[in-house]
Ligand binder design. Structure first.
Ligand SMILES: Cc1cc2nc3c(=O)[nH]c(=O)nc-3n(C[C@H](O)[C@H](O)[C@H](O)COP(=O)(O)OP(=O)(O)OC[C@H]3O[C@@H](n4cnc5c(N)ncnc54)[C@H](O)[C@@H]3O)c2cc1C
Length: 370
């Protein structure tokens, strides 16, 4: 008899499952996907969309359409919590839905805890679709005056955001905004010196200022207050200071990792409930803690797809091998990139060409399901 597969979040680890949804339906199973938006945006091309290298249609997957076209049900909603005992998912809308097998790929978010008072003109860099609001607001302000932008955070997403905000400023054709990165610790602290230096130079040579070794205490509309007591006045603030896991799994009483991620075993399966699976930023892989990068979510696709089907069919599960060191390429926003794989570092146009090729190939593969 057919069973019910519930998919929580149409994130990067669910791409292959979504592309093959019809195969679940053909076997008599029912499939329901729950997600807050009819679209899922590919984070790897998010900064490029911000800088107008790509338009939104080029960087998004039509999740709702892909699900419905293959006979699945799409519910525009959010998973709030799960009761694993009676296999029920509780949604933000108040609706409930029962499952036989549940797969979670709800991702992560940028916390707003440093924001005090109003949050007008303060934008987290995730979800990626918010970057479109950044574009609109920046255009509005740019038409009125010369503007300044503060970017909070000193890691890759801050660096890519800064480079692509600069590009957007050029695109809008007026004065390039004054852009400052508030990196807290040393900028790109967790990267080798040769990567850090290339990115640092790429940004600072375009006039982007990088303030290191002073942490942001709080931000409010138009203002950034540092631990040192210094205040900076800016027109727009972008938050790129790290991500957090949604509290879904903790609220559900499921086993979790240090940040509240769903704890999964080598089958990407919840350690306490064999019918719950997960992938992407929202899981903690017990065998080897994984960086919160899209690369792992993408690598998880084949195993997650196989194991969801196997779990419904009661056949053998496959194990997930995270693989070796991954390729990272940063889009610097000026047509160049910085590529890092193991000890190899390449900067310049070639790095961006490689990134653009890989990202477009990924999009083409899964957008063709629309
Ligand atoms: C600016 C930026 C650039 C980045 N660039 C790269 C890069 O080049 N390469 C790289 O490897 N990594 C990159 N990352 C990291 C990357 O974003 C994450 O690792 C990746 O998004 C993880 O994929 P995911 O599918 O787990 O989560 P997400 O991309 O967050 O997707 C989660 C999905 O679940 C949905 N969802 C959220 N909450 C709920 C809920 N309660 N119920 C149901 N659905 C829900 C969301 O709408 C979304 O569709 C970047 C991050 C940022 C912020």
């Amino acid at each position: 008899m057919g069973k019910h597969l519930v998919i929580a979040g149409g994130g990067h680890a669910h791409m292959l499952t979504l592309a093959n949804l019809h195969k679940f339906i053909e076997k008599g199973h029912k499939v329901t996907l729950i997600g807050p938006s009819p679209y899922h945006y590919y984070s790897g091309m998010g900064p490029g969309m911000l800088g107008k290298t790509y338009n939104p249609e080029e960087v998004r997957f039509a999740t709702k359409q892909v699900v419905e076209k293959q006979g699945g049900v799409f519910m525009q909603d959010r998973v709030n919590r799960v009761n694993p005992e009676n296999r029920t998912v509780y949604l933000d809308s108040g609706q409930t839905i029962t499952y036989d097998v549940l797969s979670c790929n709800v991702g992560s978010y940028v916390p707003m805890t440093i924001v005090s008072g109003t949050d007008t003109d303060i934008f987290p860099v995730k979800p990626i679709e918010l970057l479109m609001h950044v574009q609109e607001r920046m255009l509005e302000l740019t038409l009125q005056k010369n503007i300044s932008i503060g970017i909070i955070g000193g890691g890759p997403s801050s660096a890519e955001t800064a480079g692509n905000i600069w590009r957007l400023g050029k695109y809008y054709g007026k004065n390039i905004p004054v852009i400052t990165i508030f990196s807290g610790e040393k900028f790109m602290e967790h990267f080798p010196e040769n990567v850090r230096n290339r990115i640092f130079r790429s940004l600072t040579k375009r006039g982007i200022e990088i303030l290191e070794n002073d942490f942001v205490r709080e931000v409010k509309t138009g203002q950034i207050v540092m631990e040192s007591g210094q205040k900076h006045f800016v027109d727009l603030i972008l938050l790129a200071h790290g991500i957090k896991t949604y509290p879904v799994f903790q609220k559900s009483g499921l086993p979790t990792g240090p940040e509240g991620e769903l704890l999964v075993n080598k089958y990407l399966q919840c350690t306490a409930h064999a019918e719950i699976f997960g992938g992407g930023d929202c899981i903690y892989f017990t065998d080897k803690p994984l960086d919160k990068v899209g690369v792992y979510a993408v690598r998880e696709n084949p195993v997650l797809y196989h194991n969801l089907m196997a779990s419904l069919d009661e056949t053998e599960l496959h194990t997930f091998d995270p693989g070796g060191e991954y390729l990272l390429i940063f889009n610097m926003g000026d047509g160049t990139g910085v590529l890092r794989k193991k000890k190899m570092v390449i900067g310049g146009r070639l790095a961006f060409i490689i990134k653009n090729y890989i990202d477009r190939r990924f999009m083409k593969k899964f957008q063709s399901q629309e």
